[in-house]
Design a protein around this ligand. Sequence first.
Ligand SMILES: [Ca+2]
Ligand SMILES: [Ca+2]
Length: 183
Amino acid sequence: MRLKGTAFVCAVFALSVGVATAAGSNSTNAKLCYKNGWQTLYRTDGSPFANQDACVSYAAHGGTFVAATLTVVVVADTTDGTGNAAQDFAFSLSGGSSGQNFSLDDDNNTDATLPDNRSFNLPVGSFTVAQNGATPAGWTLLDVSCITDVNSSATTSLAGASATVTLGATAHPTCTFTYSQTG
Ligand SMILES: [Ca+2]
Ligand SMILES: [Ca+2]
């Protein structure tokens, strides 16, 4: 516990010594960009920064950072080997103050109606992504896996067709649902 407290104090100190000269770039948010902070921050649309200057500029113009971004990907393994499938796959995202349903497909964008991934900007907390309803006929759920970062953790359940992700500040994990065509 003592070590943790010390680390926190050091982090606060590091953030407070960032040098800023341009107007607006001395704001609390802009200071978060310094000391490699920009590498762990995201715009409210979930996009990352190319470098520290881009981060500071964004903050100086009033931009705010999202706490975390969860990306959900669907992959369809087709029997014809093309990997292109018109099939839509339905999911739900729950946790926090509200939930939502969404669908993805993996057709290599031959139909732009649905993407093969979506990113959700979320507060710190625990969220569950689950297949919404039964697995579509002719398909089986082959795998549910998440790639987490240092600020997130995840547990997945193939039987439950779900992934539960715990998001810390600036976490940016990705969870992938892989479906295999059976006929
Ligand atoms: Ca489709
Ligand atoms: Ca599509």
